[in-house]
Design a protein around this ligand. Sequence first.
Ligand SMILES: Nc1ncnc2c1ncn2[C@@H]1O[C@H](COP(=O)(O)OP(=O)(O)OP(=O)(O)O)[C@@H](O)[C@H]1O
Ligand SMILES: [Mg+2]
Length: 265
Amino acid sequence: MSAKKSRIIVLGNEKGGTGKSTIAMHLLVAMLRQGLRVGSIDLDARQATLSRYIENRRKRDPEGGRLGHSDHRAVPPSADPEQDADAFHAHLAELSGRCDAVIIDTPGSDHPLSRLGHSFADVLVTPLNDSFIDLDLLASVDGDSLKIVKPGPYAEMVWDTRKARAMRGEAASFEWFVLRNRLSTLDARNKREMERLLDALSKRIGFRMLDGLNERVIYRELFLQGLTLLDLGGEEQGLAMTLSHVAARQELRTLIDAMGLIAIS
Ligand SMILES: Nc1ncnc2c1ncn2[C@@H]1O[C@H](COP(=O)(O)OP(=O)(O)OP(=O)(O)O)[C@@H](O)[C@H]1O
Ligand SMILES: [Mg+2]
């Protein structure tokens, strides 16, 4: 692979439905709005949530003059894993040569393409729902003592990608952020336990925990329009900002600032 120029941001979690594609799209739009050149690769091209989101955005503004678009690629899984890997390498080489950042969305399952994508992350972002079921992929927790017994399969997979990097002669280091998504104002006890366990786990397996995103309709209701709450106001006059949107915007700003990616204005 040629020398990397762009920051590669991977959204990953072996657990499905945790918000990877949603957060990928919000990060992507945040970066576009900063005037960055953004590439995106959908490695979950069977489900194709990110690709469909981007397609909807293109339908709304084909030239991208108003909304901005990423240079988007999808790698649909074929019967030949090597061919898929070659396609991914080719897209990544091309995009990282011409973009400031490349966002890679991965499937919610263990898959060779997903592992490959993970192994190129400069920044890995792992959203998880505030549930012990989701936590189980990161760590086994003893039900009586609520102590961490051992790292879970996803944490091991992330650890394993270091080998792939080493084989390519690259530094093993990357930043790993974990954030809780779809947080509710209820479940105060569950929330506290999750926070405590994630805090302990972060030290053990080496990720940084970020403030999460609350459960908000605005994160899901603009999919068909290809928009995010970051696009609201300004030119998208038809969609007025509400107080909840302002709070969501603040949440995203905090998240992105903490990741040190960009500052959203
Ligand atoms: N903060 C949020 N508030 C409300 N709804 C959300 C939020 N985050 C995600 N969702 C919704 O949760 C569902 C799962 O989100 P998404 O598809 O982004 O997850 P995913 O991790 O990409 O899933 P998969 O593993 O299947 O690819 C979707 O219906 C999405 O609209
Ligand atoms: Mg997805």
